[in-house]
Design a protein around this ligand. Structure first.
Ligand SMILES: [Ca+2]
Ligand SMILES: [Ca+2]
Length: 141
């Protein structure tokens, strides 16, 4: 299954991440780094992701997010987009949106504490919506 792997890092030890690695995975083993063009397309996606505070100290890569779209009907518009926040192989928490009637709009959002501030609220929902929208702009589903 393919997914976009997103890794935030705090290389200077400031206590907040300021760098994001973006990798397109065909499966666990096979991946490539995002191209310059894709990095440009994903600029606001990366900015939103940094607000989620799911990052590694220094150049660690253990904490990351996998985001992927599911399109079982094969019609080019996703039925769901899922966000899996990992700590290594372990799934730490997750979120998702679902398009129940296949009209391109997502009726259902399954929100968690995406930005790690201890509360599940509208900000998390906004972050989820933004990440999904910015990810889908790639047209990589
Ligand atoms: Ca819909
Ligand atoms: Ca929150």
């Amino acid at each position: 299954m393919r997914y976009l792997k997103v890794i935030a890092q705090d290389p200077l030890g400031t206590g907040a991440a300021d760098s994001v690695l973006l990798r397109f995975h065909d499966n666990e083993q096979d991946w490539r780094a995002a191209s310059e063009h894709e990095l440009g397309q994903l600029r606001s996606f990366a900015t939103t992701y940094l607000k989620c505070a799911w990052f590694n100290t220094a150049h660690g890569e253990s904490r990351h997010m996998r985001i992927f779209a599911l399109n079982p009907r094969g019609d080019g518009t996703p039925e769901s987009v899922r966000l899996h926040f990992h700590d290594g192989d372990k799934l730490a928490y997750k979120a998702a949106v679902h398009d129940l009637d296949n009209d391109g709009g997502f009726e259902v959002s399954l929100v968690s504490d995406i930005d790690n501030d201890g509360h599940v609220n509208r900000t998390d929902r906004n972050r989820l919506t933004a990440l999904v929208k910015q990810f889908l702009k790639l047209g990589w589903i």
